[in-house]
Design a protein around this ligand. Structure first.
Ligand code: ZN
Length: 269
């Protein structure tokens, strides 16, 4: 084991290998930060005084069936520039996580082919840890999608559950991704979306929607240059509703004999 294997095997850079121990069937690699990694996490200055360290363990990608753990004392430093005392940042793991970034990437890679339970069993960890890794990945990548590349949108409302709760959903028509979900329906639900869209400076060419006046007005006001397109589903639905109304109108106008014929004809259709 060596510092270069730490880097090439597990992608740990800026840390030196200290020793290996084997406890409870696990290989524990103790590492320490390079001198240049000991800097102030607030301002980045290396003019710092060390005040002890806090020992921690991180789950690392296993060697075959053998679990691997990284152990390190995280130095607490006093910065002479900004006068704060903090732990230094850890380059190979996210804050407050008990696993390294490489471990998370490995678990996510396996999750594409295996169930959460399978991944947890293979990595010798609990089901909830794999779930947490997947959740934080989804949050990081999808909770606030970038709007700057948007050009074609679709706006629609959906009802949730049996009650009268509605959500307004905005889709990127090019990718099919949901880019915004607003509480309620109508123009108000879209207010936070317009604010984010303005900040992103996206150039919207077209917006597909149903024929609700509230949406039409909101889009005209916030995206005056965009073309409004009524989507296929809502057009056909409206057309069918009108046709049905027209049928009923004709039926009511007809004489009793004609009504009988009409009823027979529509049954045979
Ligand atoms: Zn500082």
């Amino acid at each position: 084991m060596s510092t270069s294997l730490l880097y090439h095997g597990w992608g740990i850079r800026g840390y030196q290998y200290v020793r290996t121990s084997y406890v409870g069937g696990r290989a524990i690699f103790t590492v320490k930060p390079d001198a240049f990694s000991v800097t102030c996490p607030v301002c980045g200055s290396n003019d710092v005084l060390q005040h002890g360290c806090i020992h921690r363990l991180w789950r690392e990608v296993p060697i075959g069936p053998k679990p691997v753990v990284i152990q390190m004392g995280i130095p607490r430093v006093e910065c002479r520039k900004c006068a704060t005392i903090r732990q230094i940042g850890v380059g190979f793991a996210d804050e407050r996580r008990s696993y390294t970034r490489a471990f998370a990437r490995y678990a996510l890679g396996l999750s594409r082919y295996m169930t959460i339970q399978d991944v947890a069993r293979h990595l010798n960890v609990g089901w909830d840890l794999i779930k947490e890794i997947q959740k934080s990945y989804l949050q990081k990548h999808f909770s606030r999608p970038k709007l700057s590349k948007l050009s074609q949108l679709a706006i629609d409302e959906i009802s949730v559950g049996k009650g009268h709760k509605y959500l307004t959903v905005v889709l990127d028509l090019t990718t099919g991704a949901v880019v915004f979900v607003g509480d309620g329906k109508g123009a108000e639900a879209l207010q936070p979306f317009w604010r984010r869209l303005r900040r992103s400076r996206a150039r919207i060419q077209a917006v597909a929607m149903d024929m609700s006046k509230a949406y039409i007005q909101a889009v005209r006001k916030n995206l005056p240059a965009a073309t409004i397109v009524f989507d296929h589903f809502h057009l056909i639905k409206l057309f069918n509703d009108k046709l049905q109304q027209f049928r009923r109108f004709l039926f009511n106008q007809a004489s009793a004999t004609e009504q009988k014929i009409l009823t027979r004809t529509s049954r045979n259709q």
